[in-house]
Each structure stands twice: as C-alpha cells, then as structure tokens.
Design a protein around this ligand. Structure first.
Ligand code: FUL
Length: 484
C-alpha cells in the first residue's frame, strides 16, 4: 500500500497544530538591561572596603598631605576580607583603590603617593594584587573605587589631572584581572593639599571630567564591567547613605539630564517611570557610622537584626546592597564586624528557610499560552515567566497552598530582560473562605520582598492592577518567616 498521502496529511495536520499553538513571545517594552547589567542584578549583595591613610589618622576625608609613612597595617590580610565576604554570603568586593586623599593602595606608576612609599611590606606590597588573589580563591568578583577628586595631586583642577586620572584607571583595569564594577564617586572639589598649594579648587562637575571619554576607557578595557555614579551610566546611586531603597523604584532614568556630582539625590531613589535608559539603583551603606574604621565606633557596629532590615530596604526594594566593612589598623576586618556579618547570614537563612509556594497549584485570570503558563512563577526557574495577552495590562494569579498555612512574606520578580512594567499591584490571602487584603505596592522590577503580619492562608493571590505593558512575572515565593 502506498502510505505517502497518509504521511503527508499527518505532516500537514501537525504543522497546523504547532503553527496555531505557537504564541508570539512578548515584545520588549521600553529600555532593557544590558548583559552586564543583568549579571549585576543577580549579585544582589557585596562588600565595600574603605581603607586608606584615613584608617590611621582617624579621619573620613584625608586632606592629601598625609605622609605615606603612616600607612602601616601590621597584619593586613585580604584573604580574611574575602573569606568573611564569602562566609557572609556576599558575591564580591569593591575597594577604595584611591579615596579623596589621593593615596593609592597599589604601586601606581604615575605617583609617589602610594603603598610604594609606605613601610607596609617595605614598599613592595600591592593591595589590589593581594585582593585579586583572595577574591579568586573565594570565587568573588572584584570592583574598584577610584576617587575623581584627588586632594593630593598638584594638578587637580587642570586638564593635566584628567590625563593622570585616566592613566590610573587604565592601570587598575589592565593589571588586576576582571573587574565587575567601577565606582565613580560624586564628591568633588574643595580645599586640599594639592601638592603644597593648600587651597580651595572648584571644578565644574558637568564639564571638567569629560565623563564620556573616561567611560570609553572602561568599555574598552573591561567590557563586562558596570559603571556606577550618581548618574550612571550603568548603575545609579540610590540618593542616600542610610541603606534605604525607594519603595517605588524604577530601573529607568533620564540619564542625559543628570551628571555625577550634581544635586539629584531626591530623584535617584525612584528613578524615572518613563526614563530613557536602564540604570538600576545600588544602595551603599556602612556597617558602622563612618565609611572608614575608627576605634571609637567599635561599639556601634550594626546588629544582625539591623542588617536584615537593611536587606529588606535594599534587596527587598529592587536594589543591590553594597555593604561597607572597613578594615582596622591591623588591616583586618574587626571581630565585631565579622561576628555581625556572620550572624546576619544565619538570620537571613532562617528568615527564608520556609518557602511554601514552590510547585503548588496555580491559576490565573488568563495566560498567553502554555509557554507562559501561571505555573512558571513557582517552578524554581526565573527564566520562565507568566504572561497575559498583549492587550492585557492587569490580571491576577493565585497560588493554592493546599490547606490553610501560616505565611508572612512574599517575594516577586519581573522578567526584566524585556523591560520593567508593573506600576501597581496588590496581594490577598484566602483565609476562612474569604479574600483578605494583605498589602499593596507599586513597582516590582528585578525583585521585591515584602513583609505582612502572619495570616493563615489557603491561597495567596497576586494581582497586577496597573502596568505599562503586559506584565511578565518570573517568580513568586511565599514564606513563613520566624516571629510575627
Ligand atoms: C562619598 C564619599 O565622600 C565618602 O567618603 C564615601 O567614599 C562614600 C561611599 O561616598 O561620596
């Protein structure tokens, strides 16, 4: 028997079926993150290390006239820093290679004002090199802070300084392996030593540094690195040093309207809802009152409980947490700080030990089709997501907890690869057969984590009430954290 016509019909039918069920993926909406920004979002929590002559002079801002001889850590051990960061659950370390005082923690070829002239290791040492080795050992990323303001340099304020600054930047980006983040501080200009002039030098923040050409150096030498400043280009300051991310937090910014060192703190928390570029917020905050170590602050180290609150107000608000832990005069992270960091890790793990949504039954107000089904939000894979049809910008999704269960935390993530969309949402619990409101919110973005008082819920409903375009939800987790 000739089976060809039969096989042909089967082929046509299957082509028709797959053709019909093939749903178009949603189009990107607005600015989207670059690969380097996506990688940055996933780091979430990493360490800032402030260390320089200030550690030895008990200051926060060195004037620039500090003799190199005072930089004399007795037991400097980058391995201890990296081990602590890793034990604390952090993903990297950003170090002040040069703070405003101009002293370099690496033996720069372009200045005498560095570790090379210090007694530490008889001038043979290189903290950046040691940190690189330590970060590699513990699988941590490494980043650099290179202060644009330099109170030591005789040429600060002239075009010649820019040449110097860029050469130093190139040294850092060439000699120390992969750098994940370059931190450009916004504090700029004022009084200083300036090679002995001891005067006040003001610069025009908008024009002096010619940032676009400095940025090119970073892109060329470290294409995977993100650049931070008050105004991006890749990552923005959150606008305060108290550890507070904004509850409404757009990863978007009208970047071209801003410049580093400008007076933009008030808008940096929220970003711009319809911003032109993807520039997410980073929360930088210190574990102590100061950025540098001061003996008289040893009793003011943040408690593990306070660090957990910071975690909620940063990572829990669509921001990354850059937590400063300054080494002491020995060149070690102080015992108090280490203790607090490790206890914070334990506390955090207990807080999120009891997840109740994974693989539970889901249903939703609608879906774009099988590839975008509701169960994508609790399948443990953040690369799959629940999506509605293109014209639907609101809708709900329920997770059936399989019997009344105590819950008090919710974590939600958008599939940000295609843009940030959610403008307003609410969460409800099905308790005693009735839907009870738990909380409302505005933006989601990469991640939010919200608390609510313990409730016995048979199901939890997450509703997007308003979105800029069809919402794409990649992950929902529901917890019963200890306590109320
Ligand atoms: C500020 C600096 O002036 C502080 O000293 C510190 O480095 C902080 C992270 O940024 O602008």
């Amino acid at each position: 028997m000739n089976r060809t016509p039969f096989l042909f019909i089967v082929l046509i039918i299957s082509l028709l079926i797959t053709g019909c069920s093939e749903v178009k993926p949603p189009e990107p909406y607005g600015p989207v993150p670059s690969e380097r920004q996506l990688a940055w979002h996933e780091l979430e929590y990493y360490m800032f290390v402030h260390f320089t002559v200030n550690t030895f002079t008990d200051k926060e801002w060195g004037y620039g006239d500090e003799p190199e001889s005072i930089f004399s850590p007795t037991e400097l051990d980058c391995r201890q820093w990296a081990k602590t960061a890793s034990d604390a659950g952090m993903k990297g370390i950003i170090i002040t290679a040069k703070h405003h005082d101009g002293f370099c923690l690496w033996p720069s070829a372009y200045t005498e004002h560095s570790v090379r002239k210090s007694p530490w290791k008889n001038g043979q040492g290189d903290i950046l090199r040691e940190l690189r080795t330590a970060c590699d050992e513990f699988g941590l990323k490494m980043g650099v802070y290179l202060s644009p303001w330099d109170r030591n340099s005789a040429v600060y304020g002239t075009p010649e300084y820019l040449v110097y600054y860029r050469k130093q930047l190139a040294e850092l980006l060439t000699n120390y392996g992969n750098i994940f983040e370059v931190w450009f501080d916004g504090a700029n200009g004022g009084d200083g030593y300036y090679g002995g002039a001891r005067e006040t030098r003001r610069i025009d923040n908008k024009t002096y540094y010619d940032w676009p050409n400095t940025h090119k150096i970073v892109r060329e030498l470290q294409p995977d690195a993100v650049m931070f400043s008050d105004a991006g280009p890749d990552i923005r300051w959150v606008g305060n040093e108290r550890g507070m991310g904004s509850a409404t937090n757009w990863c978007l910014l009208n970047r071209e309207e801003l410049y580093p060192g400008g007076n933009f703190a008030a808008i940096l928390g929220e970003g711009h809802e319809n911003g032109t570029h993807w520039v997410p917020a980073e929360v930088d905050v210190s574990i102590r009152p100061g950025w540098f170590w001061h003996e008289n602050q040893n009793m003011q180290v943040r408690t593990p409980e306070n660090l957990l609150e910071l975690y909620y107000s940063s990572v829990g608000r669509n921001s990354n947490l850059l937590l400063n832990v300054p080494p002491d005069r020995r060149g070690l992270l102080h015992e108090k700080d280490v203790q607090s960091l490790l206890a914070f890790r334990e506390l955090r793990e207990k807080e999120f030990a009891n997840e109740l949504a994974r693989s539970k039954k889901t249903k939703a107000s609608g879906s774009r089709g099988n590839a975008y089904r509701p169960s994508n939000v609790n399948d443990g894979d953040t690369q799959t997501f629940w999506a509605l049809k293109d014209d639907e910008t609101s809708g709900w999704l329920e997770i059936d907890l399989g019997g009344e269960t105590e819950v008090n935390r919710i974590l939600v993530q958008e599939y940000i690869k295609l843009g940030q969309r959610v403008q307003e949402f609410k969460v409800e619990a099905l308790t005693g057969g009735e839907w009870k409101p738990l909380l409302e919110g505005t933006t989601v973005g990469y991640k939010i984590i919200r608390k609510f008082p313990v409730v016995r819920a048979a199901a939890v409903r997450f509703t997007v009430t308003k979105a800029k375009a069809v919402p794409l939800i990649s992950n929902i987790e529901i917890y019963r954290a200890p306590g109320e």
